[in-house]
Design a protein around this ligand. Structure first.
Ligand SMILES: [Fe+2]
Length: 241
């Protein structure tokens, strides 16, 4: 199985979208911002699209789901919790559950619910590859607020127990490290995998990216970008459960 990374951006938001493919069949993960780039790769490599996986509903991860789903007539997968919370809608939308086994065009996919960044965030485990959206980055974790920080702590503890050390992480954004690092790397370099108590986790988070001002700034920024992209403001608070 090949993992192709697309680096896409809009305004100042830089994303990593992924295509996994094998035997000329592929699945897109979090397609956003650059339709031509992604579609040209599909066509140049004669890859038939079988489906789309969304880690969460934020516009920088879901922007092109509708367009690809409509064009290729494929299903779009998103957690039911996320769908309900944000009233997300999309053609061919299918709700996924925690640890549900999905078999799609020869790929075996395990969604792992990872609340924290959003209430219904989900990571997808396919072979030894984990597509982690904004839940887990190579360098840290996604932004979250209030009591969601504890959910994120529980998410990290679950990952430490459940995933093998050779699991490769493919996050939605990267800041200093390239995507595709393994679990062993994260255990040594991602401080959120090293903090052993909820209190330490919370305290460290609040000192870095957890201040109310920063959450407010992210809410406003994502709201504006969603409006500029879709003509609508997002439903409810982006980072509140
Ligand atoms: Fe996000």
């Amino acid at each position: 199985m090949t993992v192709k990374t697309f680096h896409t951006s809009r305004f100042f938001i830089k994303n990593q979208c992924y295509l996994i493919h094998e035997n000329n069949t592929g699945i897109l993960i979090d397609p956003a911002w650059n339709y031509k780039l992604i579609n040209r790769y599909l066509q140049d490599n004669q890859i038939t699209l079988a489906g789309i996986l969304l880690t969460h509903s934020h516009i920088d991860h879901s922007h092109l789901a509708e367009k690809f789903a409509r064009q290729y007539r494929v299903p779009v997968f998103l957690s039911g919790i996320e769908t309900d919370h944000f009233q997300f809608d999309c053609i061919n939308l299918q709700r996924v559950l925690h640890m549900q086994e999905i078999s799609l065009a020869g790929f075996n996919i395990t969604p792992i619910l990872t609340p924290g960044h959003t209430p219904g965030s989900v990571c997808y485990l396919i072979d030894q590859h984990l597509f982690s959206g904004d839940s887990i980055f190579i360098e840290g974790v996604g932004i979250c607020a209030g009591k969601d920080i504890y959910k994120l702590y529980n998410t990290i503890q679950f990952m430490k127990q459940y995933l093998h050390k050779d699991t490769l992480f493919w996050p939605g954004h990267s800041f200093t490290e390239q995507p595709g690092k393994d679990m062993d790397f994260l255990l040594r370099h991602n401080i959120y995998f090293q903090l052993k108590s909820k209190e330490h986790f919370l305290n460290f988070r609040m000192k870095t990216n957890g201040s109310p001002l920063k959450i407010w700034w992210y809410d406003i920024t994502y709201g504006i970008i969603t409006f500029l992209t879709t003509g609508k403001f997002p439903h409810a608070g982006l980072f509140k459960s």
